[in-house]
Ligand binder design. Sequence first.
Ligand SMILES: Nc1ncnc2c1ncn2[C@@H]1O[C@H](COP(=O)(O)OP(=O)(O)OP(=O)(O)O)[C@@H](O)[C@H]1O
Length: 235
Amino acid sequence: MIIATNITKRFGKLIALDNVSASCSKGECVALIGPNGSGKTTLIKSILGMVVPDSGTITFNGQNISNNWQYRSQIGYMPQIGRYPENMTIGQVLDMMSDIRMHEGRRDNDLLNEFDFKSLLDKRMRTLSGGTRQKVSAALAFMFDPEVLILDEPTAGLDPVASEILKQKIIAEKKSGKLILITSHILSELDDLATQVIYMQDGKLVFHKPIEVLKHETGEHKLSRAIASVMVQCQ
Ligand SMILES: Nc1ncnc2c1ncn2[C@@H]1O[C@H](COP(=O)(O)OP(=O)(O)OP(=O)(O)O)[C@@H](O)[C@H]1O
């Protein structure tokens, strides 16, 4: 579904992505893990077309994404920090995004309902708490029923109840055959979600493995412990 081949991205002298290749398929939940600054967000942004690699190719459903923007309507993206017009209300932002996406299919309001947004729709974005802003980003990522969900630190700043609602939604979407790419530093959270792990360090993809293989190799039953043991080895 998404294939990245030999992606390199430099910011000045810094190599943020160093010849990264990876292939992700439908129905998988791929955890993108690695220390701060290892290149996870740069890889995500390259897939989204927000960062243009210096070399390499990325295909989405077999089509090269360079000079192509239509594939993006198939992706729901939840950024680390959502930026919105601050004077607009939540309701206006949701409507604006619907207009921009020109979405004609099913509108998925599950998260809006479960986060109980009804009473919040008139609140202006500039007045929102960090967690409520995250909920807006989550609701928008899932709203247009995309084939692929890219979630960058999705539960950062969410309270435990909202985190659990979002996790259950991610699990349901994975079961329905979507591809989910997720980054998180809260490894325990990925235990219930991830089917595969991509581990990055210093801009390089160190490994891409199914969870079961990783657990077997490390002798750990929990993903969080397996990853922790790999991170120690890689340091
Ligand atoms: N626009 C940019 N200009 C210059 N350097 C950048 C830019 N974007 C990212 N970088 C650098 O590229 C490297 C990789 O950053 P990236 O955000 O991809 O890391 P990350 O793995 O997502 O980190 P974190 O876990 O902290 O979110 C970092 O050294 C970062 O400072």
